[in-house]
Design a protein around this ligand. Sequence first.
Ligand SMILES: Cc1cc2nc3c(=O)[nH]c(=O)nc-3n(C[C@H](O)[C@H](O)[C@H](O)COP(=O)(O)OP(=O)(O)OC[C@H]3O[C@@H](n4cnc5c(N)ncnc54)[C@H](O)[C@@H]3O)c2cc1C
Length: 298
Amino acid sequence: MINKIITASLPIIPKIIIGKVASRYIAGDSLKTAVNTTEQLNKSGALVTIDVLGEDVTSEEEAINTTKECELVLKAIAENKLNSNLSLKLTQLGLQIDYKFCRKNLVSILKYASRLNNFVRIDMENHTCTDQTLELYFDLNKTYKNFGVVIQSYLRRSENDIKLLVNKKANVRLCKGIYKEPPGIAFQSADEIRENYKLLLRLLFENGSYIGIATHDDNLLNYASSYISTKKKKLDQYEFQMLLGVRAEKRKSIISDGHPLRVYTPYGKDWYAYSIRRLKENPQMAFYIAKAFFGLEK
Ligand SMILES: Cc1cc2nc3c(=O)[nH]c(=O)nc-3n(C[C@H](O)[C@H](O)[C@H](O)COP(=O)(O)OP(=O)(O)OC[C@H]3O[C@@H](n4cnc5c(N)ncnc54)[C@H](O)[C@@H]3O)c2cc1C
């Protein structure tokens, strides 16, 4: 109840408070902070995917700058010998400006990543982007094999999309989905979203796609672990994925059980929208915000 009230009030909470409470989810505001965090995560046995924060870009200049920044990330990964790939959002590269312009920016990144023998994950945004994101994937998949997409189990269309993706042996990150979507296109109940997640996970495994199992939900983590052990899935067929700042203890136990695990590690100055999404999912958000308001330790 109190979390619901705070969620409704988030737009009027001062940015400084949001920034303080959400800092656990973000490496910092510079590439250097992302490199440092990645080094620490790699030392702890985790793989990483670095994300340049930002979305819904409306100027070509900004989209080109983000494209260059993504290439700097790939360069820094290579130079620092980090075990990390790159995650990005197509609206950062100008999807809402012009499809062909966005495609050109993505191709530039994919070519660069390919030269450095690295991989790029295209995050999935809200439902207005799904068609174009998948269209771009199927189009570029003919030429570039070093990238993958994300499927959200809350979308009713996802089973169909997965069936098309497995035909291409696509590399897919599977998550529940973070955006608020209408009931006509998305399951609303936690149980339906979970059941669909399990169905999609099975479809991906059965058809030989590589899966990024992106969840912190014990129910799904247990389901996936037991599926992997019963069906004797190999380490090169999947990885678990978690967000920086979420369930670090669970992350360690998954790694110590011998599973590959990747941490989504965002950085950058455009941290607000991402932070709000993360806070809304934090069951203890109200508590942390109250603590930050009263100046107590985070
Ligand atoms: C690596 C990765 C990449 C993702 N990429 C995308 C994407 O491209 N598109 C997209 O729509 N969504 C993406 N998501 C978000 C995802 O869709 C979910 O919104 C998010 O993971 C929460 O769902 P859950 O499965 O962890 O289950 P939940 O039921 O939400 O969480 C399970 C438990 O984890 C803990 N927890 C979860 N979130 C938080 C938090 N923010 N703070 C503190 N504790 C928390 C809580 O203890 C909670 O009970 C991604 C998630 C991950 C892990």
